[in-house]
Design a binder for this molecule. Structure first.
Ligand code: UD1
Ligand code: CA
Length: 423
């Protein structure tokens, strides 16, 4: 099948030893999503039509994680001989493709699409055989440094381990965001060798090699320090998480959501929140949660994957909602658990009421009709269906089955209350 360009290559074959993990490094999560999924999105957002992921360590885990994404291909690097070698293993897959290829690394989850799109654009306009995005950082530790001549023209990249003390002080660094022109890159990679401190094939030698054979190479300082945070340790993972969390919250605040205490709120990157909703402190929202407009969430609410709150819902202190939807105007203000529940509109879920959705083997659903009232400390033993307008008394244990619409049930096990005698 012909390769559709532009192409992006994402390097992800390394183990990430310093993570001390059985998981592939790039599958560690930042705000609920794997690092590599952000890089894939950034590459797509920059315009890449085909994305080649270079896998090696724990390759199976990456196949599973990126399964079914039609624009993703895999290239296997069975031995990690360096970043230059990692790009080289993509050659058979890209045979016949001529044009731009962006090379990124899978452990930089904060990359944003806009500056990368800029790189593609500039490479095309300049007709460069290599364009590298650079960034100026406060602390360059761990990065390759960008060397320029006295006129500011790019000379080469020097890896930290190979730096002289003067070079080490340079604060313009290589974030590993390149656009190369194919097939020129293949020739350059054939020329590079392993004469460096790590005895590896360095991709960072390719730009200099291209210049040697007359290629136009430009280094553009278009990336910001926040964009290029590379995750090599659990500490870096936490730093990336904090920056990403701030971005997510900033986005929702811009969209009209109030977040009372951003430092003590956690919102998953996949969640969506409607305007005029207020999120109170110590709220944790994980997964693809959808929250409508004018809701009140928290303090201390835990909304888990599959939660859908319609407009005007209130979910208060120590309420956990999981795989459940709550209709508009429904209120669960304190100490409740709703799991696998479809709750209608205008329902009142009392303090301490729960769905007992797990029988030890399987999960079962609960439905609660519009306008029902579930009393304090009630237990609904799923599968259970509470009809519209029904009332469940405080402390009642409703066994599997149905509470008819409009009925009132009380006790353990819950039984209908006899309607008062007429007359
Ligand atoms: C690399 C760059 C450095 C840059 C830094 C930050 C080189 C030689 N150095 O160093 O200039 O500042 O990234 O972006 O490129 N990988 C493979 N196969 C390999 C080796 C690495 O797929 O054989 C992958 C890793 O999984 C990782 C990425 O390439 O995702 C970068 O490798 P890493 O070892 O982290 O490179 P750095 O030492 O950070
Ligand atoms: Ca790295």
């Amino acid at each position: 099948m012909a390769i559709e360009g532009p192409v992006a290559i994402i390097l992800a074959a390394g183990q990430g030893k310093r993570m001390k993990s059985d998981r592939a490094k790039v599958l560690h999560e930042v705000c609920g999503r794997s690092m590599i999924s952000y890089v894939v999105d950034a590459a797509r957002g920059a315009g890449a039509r085909t994305i080649v992921v270079v896998v090696g360590y724990a390759a199976e885990q990456l196949y599973d994680a990126l399964d079914g994404e039609p624009d993703i291909r895999f290239a296997v690097q069975s031995e990690q001989l360096g970043t230059g070698h990692a790009v080289k293993v993509c050659r058979p897959l890209l045979e016949g493709y001529e044009g731009p290829v962006m090379v990124l690394v899978g452990d930089e989850p904060l990359l944003r699409p806009e500056p990368l799109a800029d790189l593609f654009d500039r490479q095309r306009r300049e007709g460069a055989s290599c364009l590298l995005g650079t960034a100026e950082v406060g602390d360059p530790t761990g990065f390759g440094r960008i060397l320029r001549d006295s006129a500011g023209r790019f000379l080469r990249i020097v890896e930290e381990r190979d730096c002289t003390p003067e070079e080490r002080a340079i604060r313009e660094v290589n974030p590993s965001c390149y656009v190369f022109e194919l097939p020129a890159l293949w020739d350059a990679l054939d020329q590079i060798n392993t004469s460096n401190a790590q005895g590896e094939y360095y991709l960072t030698d390719a730009p200099e090699q291209l210049m040697r054979t007359g290629g136009k190479v430009l280094a553009l300082n278009v990336l910001s320090a926040d964009d290029i945070l590379g995750v090599n340790t659990r500490q870096h993972l936490a730093q990336a998480g904090a920056i990403m969390q701030a971005r997510i919250q900033d986005h929702w605040m811009t969209e009209g959501v109030s977040i009372v205490d951003p430092g003590n709120t956690y919102i998953d990157g996949r969640a969506a929140i409607g305007r005029d909703t207020v999120v109170h402190p110590f709220t944790v929202i994980t997964g693809d949660v959808k929250i409508g407009e004018r809701c009140k969430v928290g303090p201390f609410a835990h909304l888990r994957p599959g939660t859908v709150l319609a407009d005007g819902v209130e979910v208060g202190a120590f309420v956990e909602v999981n795989r459940s939807s709550l209709g508009s105007g429904t209120v669960a203000r304190h100490l409740a658990y709703l799991g696998d529940a479809q709750v209608g509109e205008g329902v009142n879920v009392g303090c301490g009421a729960i769905t007992a959705n797990f029988d030890g083997e399987r999960k079962h659903p609960t439905t609660i009709g519009d306008g029902a009232r579930i009393g304090s400390n009630a237990v609904l033993v799923a599968p259970v269906e509470v009809g519209a307008g029904a009332v469940v008394g405080a402390g009642a244990v409703v066994p599997k089955g149905e509470v008819p619409p409009g009925a009132t049930v009380v006790g353990v096990p819950a039984r209908p209350v006899k309607p008062p005698a007429e007359g």
